[in-house]
Design a binder for this molecule. Structure first.
Ligand code: 6PG
Length: 260
């Protein structure tokens, strides 16, 4: 894996604009190189701005976007029409407006009667469709992820069972701190992506970012630090970078163009 690269932008909107540009570029490359493209969409609220930017240029990029297949990194155990549904958000704000074909949408039903069976079904779909990396794990071309203030990503929360699951799959994860269960991809899949793009905005993430971008050696301890995709690009806004010292900025932050 190449070392992650970290890039700061003035506003969440600038992060979203860059994320949209990266998505379109990676889609074009994947379709040109392999005539297929597999995209992992993120949960949480940060992707809302990305979807807004994609809608803004929707007519221009829709033909391209309709050629890709979409999965979600994690899903809450709610119905798709619930405000908390990650899939519902992606469909309402991106996939429906750009008229992405139903056969290109691969999402678990968070309100399924048997959530374990739902995880097994969507895992079969994932394994049948996606190419594999050297370890035999399903490999996304582009993987969007968010990060929580506690360092979780997808629904791999600190101390939860799915974080340790060595099987490349969707797992049903008990999250005691939130008194809920989540459907989430495990690290063998999240770590297999060709390019992971992490969208991190807001003051709530600033302490975590400053700790992760330490100037002195430290043991990795957050779930998001377990990720090891081929390429990891962190897009931060100034609020999320607000606790970085000038030295940390000089050491860790680069302009995006130089990250290629
Ligand atoms: C979810 C997630 C989760 C999210 C982070 C960041 O379902 O909530 O997938 O990992 O990406 O908690 O959330 P925000 O984007 O809302 O800050």
């Amino acid at each position: 894996m190449n070392e992650p690269t970290y890039h700061v932008f003035p506003t969440p909107e600038a992060v979203a604009t860059t994320a949209a540009r990266l998505l379109v570029g990676e889609m074009q490359d994947a379709l040109k190189a392999r005539q297929a493209c597999y995209v992992l969409l993120s949960g949480g609220t940060t992707p809302k701005l990305l979807y807004s930017k994609l809608r803004e240029v929707g007519p221009r990029i829709a033909p391209l976007c309709r050629k890709a297949h979409y999965f979600i990194g994690d899903e809450r155990t709610v119905a798709r029409d619930h405000a908390d549904s990650n899939t519902g958000q992606a469909e309402r704000e991106f996939l429906d407006p750009l008229e992405i074909p139903a056969e290109n949408r691969h999402f678990p039903d968070g309100a399924a009667e048997d959530l374990e069976e739902e995880c097994d079904w969507i895992t079969r779909d994932l394994r049948q469709l996606l190419p594999r990396n050297g370890d035999g794990n399903p490999m996304f071309d582009i993987e969007f992820l968010g990060v929580g203030a506690d360092g979780h990503t997808a629904s791999l929360f600190p101390g939860t069972e799915a974080l340790k699951d060595p099987t490349p799959r969707y797992a049903l994860n008990e999250v005691p701190t939130m008194n809920t269960r989540r459907i989430t991809l495990t690290l063998p899949v999240l770590g297999a992506a060709r390019h992971a793009i992490l969208l991190v905005t807001g003051e709530a993430k600033a302490a975590l970012i400053s700790e992760i971008l330490s100037l002195t050696p430290r043991a990795k301890k957050y779930p998001v630090e377990e990720l090891a995709p081929l390429r990891q690009t962190w897009l931060l806004d100034e609020a999320a970078a607000s606790r970085l010292s000038p030295e940390q900025r000089t050491r860790h932050l680069t302009p995006l163009e130089k990250a290629k």
